[in-house]
Design a protein around this ligand. Sequence first.
Ligand code: DP6
Length: 371
Amino acid sequence: MKIVTAVAPVNIAVIKYWGKRDETLILPINDSISCTLATDFMCAKTTIMASPTFTDNKFWLNNEEVDFNNKRLNNCLTEVKKRASPKCADLLNWKIHICSENNFPTAAGLASSAAGYACLVSTLAALYEVEGDISSIARRGSGSACRSIHGGFVWWQKGVQPGGEDSVAVQIAPASHWPEMRMIILVVSDDQKKYSSTSGMKTSVETSELLKYRSEMVVPKRVKEMVEAIKTRNFENFARITMQDSNQFHAVCLDTYPPCFYMNDVSRSVVELVHSYNKYKGATKVAYTCDAGPNVCLYLLEESIDEVVTLINDVFPSSVGPSEYFRGLPVNIKNRGGLQEVLKIKADAPGSLKYIIHTKLGDGPKLSTEK
Ligand code: DP6
């Protein structure tokens, strides 16, 4: 019997991946960049047991047994096994039992598939003692998963080879490079999303002219600017590009036929709030970004946390009590003098948030092995 456990992080893109040039190999039409979140508050955890006495392969996801006969899971398993260490020859014939869980809502636009597949592939790679880059294997589970293989700031390079050998994720800088960076995740809804990223981006590739323009004319330039902003810790540029890219991604979703609506009135009022807060501060202090769902991730520096959380708390009274309101890192709620101007937006705020998570940058997957 061999047992391996891994924990893997969520990543939130600041330059979005949207659109594949190869559906089976999961090869993207453009590069993307993301930040990896600390695993303390949001992560996936996978344990795999391999035993010569198991008669079947089995898979449990969030405590429910699911069909092992899943294409993406099997693609990852096949790729890992191809690269197994010669030391693991016997193990290759043993059946495996996989147990995976997320400590946050699955499929609510909270990057659960990214953490899930990064975790699965890291665990499988440890089980079969695979050496070298595994981001191209995680990519076969879910495109965005390849970025969760590294910590800090991560760049998924689309690559040019038809087989995808050069479509890999690389680290731009570790989490320690910009320790003041913080994220606040505003959970607007934890319901299952209406249209999956996979089918949404397929329809976008088939129908959106804006997506073609974005991938060829906009993203290459934006990626260069973003890498530079990260390397030089230029928050103003980092934040501006993040917001512009989120907006363009959602514009592509509207340009898709039929359109995909991911953001809702609450997400849009957060966008307005961020712009009025930045105007009130006279500088870009906060950035927003939304993926394929209504939840919003804010990027900001530690110095802005208390004031921004106070503001969010005032504008969007949460349905949960104050003590449970902030999961994650602590926040000192100060008195809100001076924010009245920004708070005017409260009159138009259309709803409340489920909860918010305050977190920071983190490292890649972590492993533990027992034999
Ligand atoms: C909007 O990685 O979930 O979050 O490759 O089909 O599994 P598949 O798609 P997925 O798409 C993520 C899209 C996004 C943007 C991003 O994370 O870059």
